[in-house]
Design a protein around this ligand. Structure first.
Ligand code: ZN
Length: 670
């Protein structure tokens, strides 16, 4: 199972009503908010300094961006095998509709389509629950029948069942213990096969003595055909070939504008992997990629994270093209230069620490395009590659995407969140002043140091924590960051200028973990997503550990619940103790202890507090989830057809962008 190396932006970023006042003024004309529907707000992000890149770098970014957008369909199909047909059908209805476009039925179709675009399918991108259409099946069927004959699907029956039958394919990724996670999940990584058969298949081909194992199953769909288990490999000539061929064309073009030989080799090796589907070549590519730390432009493009697979093996397709933000990178460089100090001083058992922390490279980047699993909902940090042995031998690249965090922050100014949920004026003031920087530092510490810290005892299976591995790994990285955020070392290194600054993040973390993140959960449901579980685990466990000394309190003011932190020093001690225990669990592969913590603190929701949070949150009308439209890049050519510049524009709306991508970048639906 791959570890979670990617931070999904908590809506709690919405808390950051920060100190960037002058930035806000500069950005007056830039409208960050693009659209709002269901539980979603769509933003746009700026790409500062793009204009100042060299022409060669701009061309490189252009072709990498094309290669990125062309993979969008793959992820949609991976999420559920009916997604592309449903999306196309809804778009056809949307484009062909001649009736009243303000009518309730049409508005409901539009809303549903916007949700499908946002989630890359019919299941919510975060909760994995299927969307509930607010239009009638009669209206839908009438619109399908009104389409030209060549646009009417032959399998309307099954598509209607997917849309309208709440019990059919109800969950994209089912994590409920004790069930067959494969047959009860609607994702398209497996077909006509049981979990036991999947387990048996991979157990048979895995070599437990291989110290450099490939990422088994990462780039394939596993199915049973005529009683035989078959891997359908994603590659040129294999599954998703029509999209991959186009991606390869654009990567080939991009390679011509590589900044240096090393980067050219990275792109060529990725192309070789797309051609062969050989996961050994993917490892070669990953090593070349992690070693290229000098190029300013960088990108990921491929089958990467495995959250979409209940068994955590299959890679969801994604791409992010980016370039280094030289100025902001100083912060993470300071952190990684001191990685060994942090490791040596961790509050963990010395047996579980790394004697030598290797190759933690860290930088702050500016995203230029987002696609697949990173679009429209996007991570604010990346830490790759995922293969444990490559990380151990070659290190990892860790990045914070600052133009994305900045857009979140800018779009949150004045939304009333802090006034509603933060206990008093002095805490709000502290957060206004320090939350943006401490949030960023938390991300840096989590990504640059947290995931890379510690070691397994010899002989411990990296997958020993099984279904709870992701949650506990995120818990470990978060605790590492929380513990050090309060360390005087950060002031000594010039990363913070105030010894109380960390309290802003501590308050936010406890508030989010115990209360406000619940706004993302429907009444009566459990917490399932691993980042949310990890935050709840830390916060509720800390609350209980500090109960005797009244470290953290839940107080009631005018009938509303507030978090009150009475002793920040002790809270830091508690985070340190938690880190020691979680590291022990990881290092020893103590599945039982890990399971017990997750079950006790991370899953079950107090229904009364949950209802209160939902009610208070609803009164603010803030969207719990946010994502982005991309800017548009256009080639500027002279009379001889030579590219003289690449122009960036930001004006495109959400619907326009989605329809354009489906029209011009949709190799799997044509
Ligand atoms: Zn993480």
């Amino acid at each position: 199972m791959s570890l979670i190396k990617k931070i999904i932006p908590g809506a709690l970023i919405a808390l950051s009503l920060t100190s960037c006042n002058n930035m806000a003024q500069e950005n007056n004309e830039f409208n960050y908010i693009v659209d709002r529907f269901a539980d979603i707000e769509v933003l746009r992000y700026k790409v500062p300094e793009f204009e100042n890149l060299s022409l060669q770098q701009k061309k490189l970014i252009y072709f990498l961006s094309e290669a990125a957008i062309l993979g969008r369909d793959i992820l949609t199909d991976q999420n559920c095998k009916y997604n592309l047909e449903i999306r196309t059908l809804l778009e056809d209805i949307y484009n062909n509709y001649n009736g009243d476009r303000e009518s309730a039925d049409f508005k409901a179709i539009e809303k549903y389509l916007k949700q499908v675009w946002f989630a890359n399918g019919v299941h919510h991108h975060y909760s994995c629950d299927k969307f509930t259409p607010e239009f009638s099946q009669e209206f839908f069927t009438a619109q399908v029948n009104a389409l030209p004959a060549d646009k009417q699907p032959a399998n309307l029956g099954i598509l209607s069942k997917v849309i309208f039958d709440p019990a059919f394919m109800s969950k994209r990724v089912n994590q409920a213990e004790g069930m067959d996670l494969i047959t009860t999940s609607a994702c398209n990584y497996y077909d006509s096969i049981t979990q036991a058969e999947v387990d048996a298949y991979y157990a048979a081909i895995k070599n437990p003595n291989d110290s450099t194992p490939i990422s088994y199953g990462l780039n394939s769909r596993l199915v049973k055909e005529n009683g035989k288990v078959v891997e359908q490999v994603y590659k040129v000539g294999g599954m998703y070939s029509d999209a991959i061929v186009r991606i390869v064309e654009n990567l080939t073009e991009a390679a011509k504008y590589a900044e240096n030989d090393a980067q050219c080799k990275v792109i060529e090796t990725l192309i070789a992997y797309y051609n062969s589907g050989d996961l050994r070549t993917f490892d070669e590519y990953s090593i070349l990629w992690v070693n290229d730390t000098t190029s300013q432009v960088d990108f990921i493009n491929g089958f990467i994270e495995s959250y979409g697979d209940p068994l955590g093996m299959k890679g969801a397709w994604e791409s992010i093209v980016n370039f280094k933000n030289e100025e902001a990178s100083r912060r993470t460089e300071v952190i990684s230069e001191n990685a060994q100090w942090f490791e040596d001083n961790a509050p963990t058992d010395p047996r579980f620490r790394k004697e030598e922390v290797k190759g933690v490279s860290a930088k702050v980047i500016t995203a230029a395009i987002l696609s697949g699993d990173a679009y429209p909902a996007t991570p604010i940090g990346i830490n790759l590659p995922n293969a444990n042995w490559i990380r151990a031998a070659h290190g990892s690249k860790s990045v914070t995407i600052e133009n994305i965090t900045q857009a979140y922050d800018e779009a949150s100014h004045g939304n009333g969140f802090n006034e509603e949920f933060v206990i008093d004026e002095s805490t709000r003031e502290l957060m206004n002043k320090y939350l943006f920087i401490t949030d960023n530092l938390h991300t840096d510490l989590h990504e640059c140091l947290g995931h890379g810290s510690g070691k397994l005892l010899p002989g411990v299976d990296p997958d020993a924590l099984k279904a709870h591995g992701s949650t506990l790994e995120e818990t470990r990285a978060d605790l590492f960051a929380l513990y050090y955020l309060a360390d005087p070392k950060l002031i000594e290194l010039g990363l913070l200028d105030n010894k109380d600054a960390y309290k802003a993040e501590y308050y936010k973390y406890m508030l989010n973990g115990m209360m406000t993140q619940l706004m993302r959960i429907e009444p009566g449901k459990d917490v399932e997503e691993s980042h949310m579980r990890n935050r709840k685990l830390i916060a509720e466990w800390a609350y209980e550990m500090g109960k005797q000394d009244n470290v953290v309190e839940l107080v009631e003011i005018d009938g509303e619940t507030f978090i009150k932190i009475n002793d920040y020093d002790k809270l830091r001690e508690i985070f340190g103790k938690q880190l020691a225990e979680i590291q022990r669990i990881k290092s020893e592969g103590d599945y039982e202890a890990g399971r017990a913590l997750v079950e006790k603190y991370a899953v079950k929701v107090d229904p009364q507090l949950h209802k209160e949070v939902l009610d208070r949150y609803a009164s603010l009308s803030i969207a719990p989830y946010r994502g982005f439209v991309n800017p548009t890049y256009t080639l500027v050519k002279n009379d001889n057809g030579e590219i003289t510049d690449v122009k960036i524009t930001y004006g495109e709306g959400y619907i326009d962008q989605m329809l354009r991508y489906s029209r011009d970048y949709s190799p799997l639906t044509k």
